[in-house]
Design a protein around this ligand. Structure first.
Ligand code: BDR
Ligand code: CA
Length: 371
């Protein structure tokens, strides 16, 4: 399995992406580093513990499902650490309007057993670190082979920028690949008319990593960007999710079906219920799989620049980012000119790879359909 570090701000889709990661034998999760983003740092941290608890409770009830979560029982425990609680510069912005105050659809308020009080003491399957996320990453990198680690970013690029500031040579020598969900190239934004949330949350970090004035601190040919252009079109229809959950309990005759529900399904359904309500207000009865698509790219080992056998290609794009625009914070200014003029904005580029819809939906269902 490929050793990965998951940098995340859970967040509804982050948690589903984490479930997919826990269910994927192709990877080994060395560490989960949380950041501010969809909600505050501490809630992000607790949400990871809540996911572990839900998987653990599920496996206690259904021990024969253990093989479905190979990364939950990894022999070396995943480390959970806190990254930075604010952007490199500028105001903190969150996405609680979408993800809820606790980052998970306010489940803490509706289901006290899923609230913070039950998770402050950690979880036996993760090792919670007192050191900063960047220190944890650096020591993991020191003990790994060159280019062996895949670093997956599901939130703002802040933690990765901090890491690179601390030791860019070590990061460049050990991280073979960064897969990062963020940005909107040729589609409208989801946080403002022009900006995607993760890049909006810390455009300064994006500037430093992807669009610096000089040489990029991390080799961009090893950086795979998974922007809204790709992720928005990958959606899990809520009726499909519901059907799978209902199927899992078909024929179960007990006084209350909900009391028989797997703790994991209770957890996911509790936050997805509110996500569905919010999405319906936007006129869509489906969950957009932003972070799930990024994890899927990482576990599928998509090469970063070659043409794939199936015909999908990674494109190189040249862009810069707005950091402080009056209306345009986090907007990617894409240079669509051809030839030499394209260099006038610098050498900034990202690799973008269209990928098929069906696969993610199936993987997600597999991750969720464990009742
Ligand atoms: C990204 O923003 C967050 O709200 C999601 O978790 C995802 O990482 C999508 O724009
Ligand atoms: Ca996220």
């Amino acid at each position: 399995p490929v050793p990965v570090i998951i940098d995340t701000d859970p967040g509804v889709d982050d948690i589903v992406a984490l479930l997919l990661a826990l269910a994927s034998p192709e990877i080994e999760i060395l560490a989960i580093i949380v950041s501010f983003g969809n909600t505050d740092l501490e809630s992000s941290f607790l949400n990871v513990l809540k996911a572990y608890q839900a998987v653990g409770d599920h496996l206690e009830r259904y021990p024969d499902h253990a093989a479905r979560f190979p990364n939950f029982f990894a022999s070396i425990k995943t480390i959970l650490a806190r990254g930075r609680g604010q952007p490199l510069a500028g105001q903190i912005m969150d996405a609680q309007y979408f993800h809820g105050r606790d980052g998970l659809g306010d489940i803490s308020e509706r289901h006290p057993e899923l609230g913070p009080a039950n998770h402050t003491s950690g979880h036996p399957r993760v090792q919670t670190a007192q050191e900063s996320g960047s220190d944890v990453c650096l020591s993991l990198m020191n003990s790994h082979l060159p280019l062996s680690i895949t670093y997956i970013v599901l939130g703002p690029l802040t933690n990765f920028a901090v890491l690179v500031r601390k030791d860019r040579d070590l990061v460049a020598s050990r991280v073979g690949r960064v897969v990062c969900m963020g940005g909107a190239l040729d589609v409208p934004g989801n946080t403002s008319p022009v900006a995607e949330f993760n890049f909006f949350a810390d455009p300064f970090a994006v500037k430093e990593i992807l669009c610096p004035a000089g040489e990029p601190p991390f080799p961009l040919e090893r950086f795979l960007l998974v922007p809204l252009d790709i992720t928005t079109s990958h959606a899990l229809p809520f009726p499909v999710y519901k059907e799978r959950v209902d199927d899992a309990f078909a024929g179960v005759s007990v006084p209350s079906v909900s009391s028989m529900k797997s703790p994991l399904i209770h957890f996911t359904s509790s936050f997805l219920k509110r996500t569905r309500d919010v999405m319906l207000r936007f006129g869509k009865d489906a969950m957009e799989l932003h972070d799930i698509v990024a994890v899927w790219c990482a576990i599928s080992h998509l090469p970063s620049s070659e043409v794939l056998a199936s015909g999908w290609v990674a494109e190189r794009r040249i862009f810069d980012i707005e950091r402080t625009g009056e209306l345009t914070r986090g907007m990617l200014v894409v240079d669509r000119r051809e030839g030499e003029s394209a260099d006038t904005l610098g050498t900034n580029r990202a690799e973008v790879k269209p990928i098929p819809t069906r696969v993610e939906v199936e993987s997600l269902e597999q991750a969720l359909s464990v009742g």
